[in-house]
Design a protein around this ligand. Structure first.
Ligand SMILES: Cc1cc2nc3c(=O)[nH]c(=O)nc-3n(C[C@H](O)[C@H](O)[C@H](O)COP(=O)(O)OP(=O)(O)OC[C@H]3O[C@@H](n4cnc5c(N)ncnc54)[C@H](O)[C@@H]3O)c2cc1C
Length: 312
């Protein structure tokens, strides 16, 4: 539910847009106890605000979502050993490659230093894996990823045509709850030199395990839509997950990029970030959200989140 309320950047986002853009109708219980049926036609302001900041405005109990027919797709990941190659090199190649791909191809880069812990599978313990993940519904996937395969010897290459039902294997996200802090920044463009610094600061020598991800934006999410999902003009989303508060002091300066490079943060990737939500919306959107909040939740009943009321 809150994946969609926060925008919802899916594996085929550049082709089909964010999940929020497919919502036709919501049912929400607002602070006054009313259960409201919200559509873009009947209640455009509340509809627009719920999709991007819904956790502030009530408890959403139903979503009606339009589906897209995808039976199969081309995708997977290409992983490199970050202890053998400079992890900035695949990132540099990845960034250059994103300039050549069609809007219908969605991809991301990830750098994961696995600790040497017995809970991990033996082949991952103590490794540092940098990978590019790809999802594409077109028939030309193999040709499109050819430049990635030239980056160097891969640890693993799972790129293939697969049934959609296997698409969760592309990112292999953990399917169990795990405690982590996280933050994100939407970038006008990716400065690969700075990103290289980020990788060096967060790699195997970092004081706590950090996961860096860079999502290629643009395509369908960049198009106007009647919702509060911000920063559509961003070219990349840089995300950082850290296993403990200890890493925070290390990472905050890395995130403090000059304003000309960054647009703001992404709600879905701010986990325990510890402030009241600075940078989560464009100023104009934030003003609109504060007005809707005043109309539907003037006493700020729904406040255990990144707030949007004028006082926040
Ligand atoms: C491993 C992993 C991978 C992820 N990958 C992606 C990704 O690819 N794309 C993406 O966009 N996001 C991704 N996310 C982020 C995810 O979308 C957000 O963390 C989302 O908020 C999780 O929803 P939740 O219900 O579990 O969170 P919760 O922490 O339970 O809720 C988040 C917020 O929403 C509010 N909320 C919950 N339910 C409702 C409701 N019914 N009505 C109103 N408000 C509600 C809560 O009060 C809270 O403020 C990922 C997260 C993880 C952990």
């Amino acid at each position: 539910m809150s994946y969609t309320l926060g925008g919802g950047l899916g594996i085929l986002a550049r082709e089909f847009g964010c999940a929020a853009g497919h919502v036709r109708r919501l049912e929400v219980a607002t602070a006054d106890g009313e259960v409201r049926r919200v559509t873009p036609e009947a209640d455009p302001e509340l509809y627009r605000a719920l999709l991007g900041a819904g956790q502030n405005l009530g408890i959403v109990t139903e979503l009606e979502i339009g589906l897209v027919p995808v039976r199969a797709l081309y995708g997977g990941s290409l992983a490199f050993d970050g202890r053998v190659v400079d992890p900035a090199a695949p990132l540099r190649a990845y960034e250059a490659w994103t300039r050549t791909v069609p809007d219908g191809l969605t991809s991301s880069f990830a750098a994961v230093p696995y600790p040497d812990l017995p809970v991990l599978p033996p082949h991952l313990r103590g490794t540092y894996v940098v990978s590019v993940r790809v999802a594409h519904t077109g028939a030309d996937g193999d040709a499109l990823v050819a430049p990635l395969r030239e980056i160097g010897p891969a640890l693993s290459d799972t790129l293939r045509t697969m049934p959609y039902a296997e698409s969760h294997t592309i990112h292999s996200d953990p399917d169990f709850p795990h405690a982590s802090y996280g933050d994100s920044t939407v970038l006008r463009d990716l400065d690969v030199e700075r990103a290289g610094e980020l990788l060096r600061a967060t790699g195997p020598g970092a004081p706590a395990m950090c996961v860096v991800q860079v999502n290629h934006l643009g395509g369908a999410p960049a198009r106007p839509a009647p919702n509060a999902v911000p920063w559509r003009e961003g070219r990349f989303l840089a995300r950082l997950l850290r296993a403990g508060e200890r890493a925070r002091a290390l990472l905050d300066p890395v995130f403090a990029l000059p304003a000309e490079h960054t647009l703001g943060r992404s709600l879905n990737f701010a986990f325990g970030a510890g402030d009241r939500g600075a940078g989560l919306y464009e100023p104009e959107t934030r003003k609109r959200l504060a007005r809707v909040k005043e109309d539907y939740d003037p006493a700020n009943l729904f406040r255990r989140n990144y707030g949007v009321s004028a006082a926040c």
